[in-house]
Design a protein around this ligand. Structure first.
Ligand SMILES: *[C@@H]1O[C@H](CO)[C@@H](O)[C@H](O)[C@H]1NC(C)=O
Ligand SMILES: *[C@@H]1O[C@H](CO)[C@@H](O)[C@H](O)[C@H]1NC(C)=O
Ligand SMILES: *[C@@H]1O[C@H](CO)[C@@H](O)[C@H](O)[C@H]1NC(C)=O
Ligand SMILES: *[C@@H]1O[C@H](CO)[C@@H](O)[C@H](O)[C@H]1NC(C)=O
Ligand SMILES: *[C@@H]1O[C@H](CO)[C@@H](O)[C@H](O)[C@H]1NC(C)=O
Length: 349
């Protein structure tokens, strides 16, 4: 009897230690899986030309058939759109950020649509920055709020467009009342010249022409995290940060490092030297300021997918920044779904 009891306790302890050590959903590798992709892009009524690589003539298809396999035996839950819609009935889910948010939001809607292809769906544009797709049979709204920096850009006399690192007035009006928020920002912080959408930057009342972009990003993220911590009711609202989606330009210039890539990088040693500085900033900020924001740590798994970009089969001459759909953002959404339905480590038990 005692011996049995001891064995059970011992076994539970061993399994517990083993699971907490080995189960990291965000570390692993990509494997071919014939059951992928999760939907056909041409059946998705929301599909946008810039992500529809097959329709734009991309000749290869294997990039559609990779499944993310975490190390250590933990599983990514199979996405169950009906289950999601039932559990989130009557709720509002909002993706906030730049075109990488658009990429993930669209993927999410396509995944849900594939689960309920006959469901009544409405799509509206309440204003230039908001798009709302509602699965009416479930009254679930999946909303996109286009916001490049999360913090404000305001026109001011004498200056022009001022990027205000301490101010988050515009966002907070639309974020309140959501049941889930998935934030993202980074890609626009490094823009200079013609594509920089501001003229001055303001911090603590000091308006200057420019400043260190990583530091500006870090300050803005702190502003955001402080707001989230103070104003979001975590009993009602689940909050994620999308993480930094990597690009595959050569030296960040308009090169073509993603052109003609048909396979993921398969090198266990790849990550250590390639962690983007922005990712360190995100991790530090979230860890320091907001304990209740969950990081979708999609950087490493996406870095391996140099084959997942539109390259010349998108809307730009060479796009190594966004992702084809179906494609990599479907996995981000599977991980989002996984972390919603279950404590990650339990899955490997
Ligand atoms: C991923 O796991 C491998 C082996 O299990 C390990 O060597 C590597 O450091 C891990 N990478 C990260 C980013 O955790
Ligand atoms: C204001 O900006 C100037 C120019 O970048 C800088 O030298 C100065 O330290 C800033 N002052 C404060 C209070 O941040
Ligand atoms: C900007 O700041 C970061 C972090 O403080 C630093 O690592 C980086 O070298 C700085 N960049 C420039 C161009 O000064
Ligand atoms: C959230 O729930 C906890 C535990 O049920 C409760 O103590 C707390 O007051 C709630 N917070 C808010 C803001 O409703
Ligand atoms: C990864 O690094 C280890 C230690 O440096 C080395 O033994 C191994 O061969 C490397 N793996 C690959 C695929 O390069």
């Amino acid at each position: 009897m005692y011996r049995f009891f001891f064995l059970v306790v011992f076994a539970v302890v061993v399994v517990f230690i083993d699971a907490s050590k080995s189960c990291n959903l965000y570390n692993g590798s990509w494997v071919l899986d014939e059951s992928y992709p999760l939907y056909d892009s041409w059946r998705c009524p929301f599909m946008s030309k810039e992500f529809d690589c097959q329709k734009n003539g991309r000749p290869d298809r294997s990039y559609l058939e990779y499944r993310w396999r975490p190390n250590g035996g933990c599983q990514v839950s199979r996405f169950d759109g009906v289950d999601f819609l039932e559990k989130w009935r009557g709720k509002k889910i909002m993706f906030v950020g730049d075109s990488l948010s658009l990429n993930q939001w669209l993927s999410f809607n396509c995944m849900l649509h594939a689960a309920v292809p006959d469901s009544q769906i409405s799509k509206t544009h309440p204003n230039a920055d908001l798009t709302v797709i509602t699965f009416q049979d479930y009254e679930v709204s999946i909303i996109l709020h286009h916001s490049l920096f999360l913090v404000d850009v305001v026109k001011e006399a004498g200056y022009g467009r001022v990027l205000k690192l301490d101010s988050i007035e515009k966002g907070k009006k639309v974020w309140i009342g959501m049941d889930m928020l998935i934030f993202n920002t980074w890609h626009w912080w490094s823009r200079t010249g013609n594509t920089q959408p501001w003229d001055f930057v303001e911090h603590k009342g000091n308006i200057t022409k420019d400043m260190n972009r990583t530091e500006a990003f870090s300050i803005a993220l702190s502003t955001w995290a402080t707001w989230v911590n103070t104003h979001v009711d975590f009993n009602k609202t689940k909050v994620f940060f999308q993480g930094i989606s990597p690009t595959h330009y050569r030296g960040e210039k308009a090169g073509s490092a993603c052109l003609s890539q048909t396979r993921p990088i398969n090198d266990e040693n790849y990550t250590s030297t390639h962690q983007p500085l922005a990712m360190t900033v995100v991790k530090n900020t979230i860890r320091k300021i907001s304990k209740q924001v969950e990081l979708l740590d999609i950087t490493f798994l996406s870095q391996l997918r140099r084959d997942g970009h539109p390259s010349q089969y998108g809307s730009f001459p060479m796009d190594c920044s966004h992702w084809c759909l179906a494609g990599v953002p479907d996995t981000w959404n599977q991980l989002l779904y996984s972390s919603l339905i279950t404590d990650l480590c339990n899955q490997s038990l």
